[in-house]
Design a protein around this ligand. Structure first.
Ligand code: IP8
Length: 265
């Protein structure tokens, strides 16, 4: 069986621009069905990672939780953020379970710590053990303990990149709310063009072209994410596609997938 990592971006599972937590329930249900269909094929082992979207980023930004926690207000906000993220996770878990997908949630806060906002990895054995049981581990971007700052934010993308380096991963699929990586922000710039392929030749140029959007995002939007992902995803086929569109996941598994394909060496 081939090991697949699917990242459900925060913009797919939530209304990311909402200042308060708001899940995209219909999209989550449809994606759960599509993931169920992939699971039923018995060809793939799956690891799922989801983003936090409006359940994590607005509160993290408001209380600067990506820079740590010192006062009582921040400590309370950290707890609230972690609770909100857990709520989103349980909506996703429930939908997957309804589609008979044997998922198990592994909240990163319970076994990962960072140091001054830096991620230093974790022991993947627990993930391997669940995979051996044909269970599907579900991890997510989370607020975690930080030995220098008290707390910091761990992005789901960092987790994906780390797992892709540590495990014999066949392919990684990222789903967001646009068709792939563009030369600008396609939500605001009509001239932005989809980049069909990212490789060693055009990687730096693509990064330079990505400008931050006005969205509340404490983990760096696409530019920061691609840089973070770059090392973990070497020599691995990656597809970045639109999770709001039906069957993007299935298409990502075909050679002629839609979206942006990335292969770096
Ligand atoms: O949405 C961020 O994870 P991401 C996690 O995967 C929080 O970048 C809590 C803001």
């Amino acid at each position: 069986m081939k090991l697949l990592i699917i990242k459900l971006g925060g913009s797919v599972v939530t209304y990311k621009d909402s200042p308060t937590p708001k899940a995209r329930l219909d999209t989550i249900k449809r994606l759960a069905k599509e993931i169920g269909q992939i699971y039923q094929q018995n060809k793939y082992q799956l690891i799922l990672v989801h983003g936090a979207g409006s359940f994590g980023h607005p509160i993290a930004k408001k209380y600067k939780l990506h820079q740590g926690m010192k006062n009582k207000q921040q400590k309370l906000a950290f707890s609230l953020m972690d609770q909100q993220v857990l709520e989103l996770n349980s909506v996703i878990m429930e939908s997957l379970l309804k589609c008979n997908v044997p998922v198990v949630a592994l909240p990163p806060r319970s076994f990962i710590q960072q140091s001054a906002g830096k991620f230093a990895g974790f022991d993947c054995q627990i993930i391997k053990n669940y995979l051996d049981q044909n269970q599907i581990p579900v991890l997510f971007g989370d607020g975690v303990l930080d030995d220098k700052w008290g707390c910091s934010i761990l992005s789901g993308d960092t987790i994906v990149s780390f797992l892709a380096k540590k495990l014999p991963v066949h392919q990684v699929i990222f789903l967001s709310d646009v068709d792939g990586i563009y030369t600008g922000d396609p939500r605001t710039n009509r001239a932005a063009k989809l980049i069909p392929e990212i490789n060693n030749q055009n990687f730096n140029e693509v990064i330079k072209g990505l400008t931050p959007t006005k969205r509340d995002d404490v983990t760096g939007e696409m530019q920061g994410k691609l840089i973070a992902l770059q090392h973990g995803l070497k020599s691995l086929p990656v597809v970045i596609g639109n999770g709001l569109k039906v069957k993007t996941l299935q298409k990502a598994l075909m050679p002629a997938s839609t979206g942006t394909k990335m292969l770096l060496h």
